[in-house]
Structure formats: structure tokens, C-alpha cells
Design a protein around this ligand. Structure first.
Ligand code: FAD
Ligand code: EPU
Length: 357
């Protein structure tokens, strides 16, 4: 017997509990889906065809510039299923609505490696492929097998393997050519029972040593990542934020050499034949850390994190981000590209990113 709730389209729903910036915007129409078949039911309604649509997961990487005048489709498809298992690996499939960190804990608890460095990233599993989530030297792509999605134009279910997703740094086709075309229903990952641990990024080794751990396992790595994150990043339940607001810019070796000739202390990381520089450092150098414009602010401990101190609006945060983008461009000749998905508004930040790159 199917005990999942029927779909119900609601009107004028507050989005405040559904976005980690805690922005007080509303959606003209709202529906929550619990299974792929709900999409078929939804696609039979006039509202679906009449309104603009936006798929929402945990709302931890979105900024609502203003009230949303269309239909928000909140994805709550549950379930974790082991598809196959042998001595070395486990292949599992998770519903898009599974909280990402619950999936991480599920795998870490069973000793299945691959997701431990991605501990404590907010949001849901269905959004993880959108920007190929990454942290502490690991990206989703390293465990990714495939995803299932429904084409929102045709209603046809489709599967995408790793190559089809064209993953990059905070990027996939779902952020570019296929933006807004699909609703992801399930994600399939391959975990390793004898994983090689990634300990070289940031201060993971330092934290493990401080805990007296000399032979770490995946549970220890997960613990260390959680500790580091808790010390650096604001808790969105307390202070509204969406993590890094901009991507770290990737520039040519020539541009980097010319920047370093002026700013000898500029931090950098290799990124293929190019160089990645921390956006936080660029923003910090411009003096924005801890600054605020009304209730829109830059976190006092991390210059890449924009925060809502209480009653900021989406447009105020966009205004602050535009000031940051302009100062960084003027001072360093580098254009910052937003990582956060801006919903509504004139999207001038993304336009700025294009004109400067
Ligand atoms: P949402 O914010 O709801 O949506 C994000 C985008 O995905 C939107 O464009 C939305 O339309 C689309 N989308 C969501 N679900 C689906 C679906 N099922 N089908 C189709 N499209 C969908 N990110 C990192 O990569 N690394 C980090 O270390 C990291 N740290 C963070 C720390 C904090 C404190 C916060 C607040 C955020 C952080 N993030 C990080 C960003 C964010 O957690 C991730 O991008 C996450 O994957 C977003 O998941 P979500 O479910 O909240 O997606
Ligand atoms: N820095 C400053 N000032 C600051 C903060 C940092 O100058 O206020 C400099 C320091 O030199 C530091 C460097 O920036 O070494 C990098 O900072 P950090 O290690 O905090 O990482 P990040 O580049 O800011 C990225 C991801 C995070 C991810 C961490 C850990 C992006 C856009 N952000 O942050 O992802 O958790 O690395 O891997 O790639 C997110 O995407 O939302 C996110 C939080």
C-alpha cells in the first residue's frame, strides 16, 4: 500500500524555513513531491504548465532576490537502497530528498569510504551533482556513477552517467546548458570498502594528530572535517548564509604571475594548467571581512561567506555582492563568479562575471 501523501499545490507559502539565508521571501505556488510519480500528477495540472518553475532541495545554495512568482517544487524523495555489494565496493542509490549529511553518516557508519571528506555539507542528495559538491580535497564526481532525472518539458525519465554530467569545479551541465531542464530523482554512488584516505587538504592531519589519532579510518576523517568546518563556517540555523558566495577564480599562469609580482603573498593552488586563487583572500584584501550594509554582511571569520544578520533582503545581499565583485575587479583585475544560485532579480552578478572573464 502506498502511504506517501498525495500532491497538494499550496498558494503563497513562506520560503523562510526553506532557505538557509533565512530570507523572508514567499512562493506564489508550492508543491512537495515524495516520489517520481508525483511529477506525472503535477505535470497534469494547469499550474505546472502556466507558471515558471524552480526545483528546491534544502535551500542551502539559493538566494531568493525577491518573492518567487511561480511554482516551487520541493523535492522530498526519500530512501537509500544498496544496489550491489561485493568484497571491495558497494553501489547505492539515494533519493534526491535524502539529507546529504545523513547519507554521509549512513556510509561512514558502515565503513564504506568515499564521502567522509564531504561530511557536514548542508542540503540534499539531489542537489549534490548540480555543482559537483566538493570539500577537503574531494568532489562528488569521485564516487558518482549516475543519476536519474525527469525532463520537466517532456516528462520523460532519463539517466545520466558521469561523462554526460560534465562535472567540473562547482559545475555540471545542470548549471549550464541544461539549467532548469531536469528534476533529479535519484543519485547512484559507488563506495569503497578499503578506501585510500584523503588527508592532505587543509589541516586534517593536524586535527587528527591533536586527537592522538595515528592510524585514522574514515570515521576519524569525517570527525576531523566536522571539527574544522564547525570552527570556520557559520551555522545556518543561527546565522543565515549559503556557504561560499563566490567560486574561487581559476586564472591563467600568466595572469597569476602578473598578480604575484604586485601581491607577493597571494595564496594559490594548482588547477590543471591553470591556477586557483582563494576568493576569500581577494575579498579580505579589499577590507570586506566583518563589514555590513544594513543586515547584509560579510562573515567576520570568513570573507567568502555573506550572511543575513536578521532582516536582510535578497536584493540587499546582491547589492553587497555586487560591491565586492566591483572592488575585487578594480583592485585585482579578477571577476568573481557567484556560486550561489540567484533566483529572480536581474542576475547582474552573473552578467558581471561573464563580462569580466
Ligand atoms: P538547493 O540550495 O535547494 O538548490 C541548489 C541548486 O540545485 C538550485 O539551482 C536548485 O534548483 C537545484 N536543485 C536542487 N535539488 C534539485 C533536484 N533534485 N533536481 C534538480 N535540481 C535541483 N557546497 C560545497 O560544494 N562544498 C561545501 O563545502 C559547502 N559548504 C557549505 C556550507 C554551508 C554552511 C552552506 C550553507 C552551504 C555550503 N555549500 C557547500 C553549498 C550547498 O550546501 C551545496 O551546494 C548543496 O549541494 C545544496 O543542496 P540543497 O539541497 O540545499 O540545494
Ligand atoms: N582566506 C582569507 N580570508 C578569510 C578566509 C580565508 O584570506 O577570511 C584565505 C586563506 O588563505 C585560506 C584560503 O583563503 O587558506 C582558503 O580558505 P578556506 O580553506 O576556508 O577555503 P575556501 O577556498 O574559502 C573552499 C570551498 C568550500 C569548502 C572549503 C574546504 C569554494 C568556493 N569553497 O572554501 O566550499 O568547504 O574550500 O574544501 O570552493 C561552498 O562551496 O559553499 C563551500 C563552503
Amino acid at each position: 500500500m502506498n502511504t506517501l501523501p498525495q500532491i497538494e499545490i499550496l498558494k503563497k507559502v513562506s520560503l523562510k524555513p526553506y532557505n538557509t539565508f533565512q530570507l523572508d521571501a514567499s512562493a506564489a505556488f508550492w508543491v512537495e513531491i515524495h516520489q517520481p510519480d508525483d511529477m506525472l500528477k503535477l505535470m497534469d495540472t494547469p499550474v505546472f504548465h502556466r507558471e515558471t518553475r524552480y526545483v528546491l532541495g534544502g535551500g542551502s545554495n539559493v538566494l531568493f532576490a525577491q518573492d518567487y512568482s511561480g511554482l516551487i517544487i520541493k523535492n522530498s524523495i526519500p530512501g537509500i537502497e544498496v544496489l550491489s555489494e561485493d568484497d571491495g565496493h558497494v553501489v547505492l542509490c539515494a533519493g534526491a530528498g535524502v539529507v546529504w549529511d545523513d547519507l554521509v553518516k549512513y556510509t561512514v557508519d558502515r565503513g564504506w569510504g568515499g564521502l567522509e571528506n564531504l561530511s557536514m555539507i548542508p542540503g540534499q542528495t539531489g542537489a549534490a551533482p548540480i555543482q559537483n559538491i566538493g570539500a577537503y580535497g574531494v568532489e562528488l564526481v569521485s564516487t558518482f556513477i549516475s543519476l536519474d532525472a525527469i525532463n520537466l518539458e517532456s516528462g520523460i525519465p532519463e539517466s545520466f552517467d558521469r561523462d554526460m554530467c560534465r562535472f567540473g569545479y562547482r559545475d555540471s551541465i545542470f548549471k549550464t546548458t541544461q539549467k532548469g531542464t531536469y528534476l533529479i530523482t535519484h543519485v547512484t554512488l559507488k563506495l569503497n570498502k578499503s578506501p585510500e584516505l584523503n588527508l592532505d587538504y587543509g589541516n586534517i592531519r593536524e586535527v587528527l594528530a591533536s586527537e592522538g589519532i595515528t592510524k585514522p579510518g574514515i570515521r576519524d576523517v569525517s570527525m576531523a572535517v566536522r571539527k574544522i568546518r564547525a570552527s570556520k563556517l557559520p551555522d545556518p540555523a543561527i546565522t543565515g548564509n549559503a556557504g561560499s558566495f563566490f567560486k574561487n577564480p581559476v586564472i591563467s599562469a600568466e595572469q597569476f604571475d602578473s598578480l604575484r609580482s604586485i601581491h607577493s603573498d597571494i595564496p594559490s593552488y594548482p588547477s590543471g594548467s591553470q591556477i586557483k586563487i582563494p576568493a576569500a583572500w581577494l575579498i579580505d584584501q579589499c577590507g570586506f571581512r566583518g563589514k555590513r550594509l544594513g543586515d547584509a554582511g560579510v562573515h567576520e571569520r570568513h570573507a567568502l561567506i555573506l550572511v543575513n544578520h536578521g532582516k536582510a533582503t535578497g536584493n540587499e545581499l546582491i547589492g553587497l555582492a555586487a560591491n565586492i565583485q566591483q572592488e575585487v575587479r578594480e583592485r585585482f583585475g579578477v571577476t568573481l563568479e557567484p556560486e550561489v544560485n540567484i533566483v529572480g532579480g536581474d542576475n547582474s552578478l552573473a552578467a558581471g562575471a561573464k563580462s569580466g572573464s
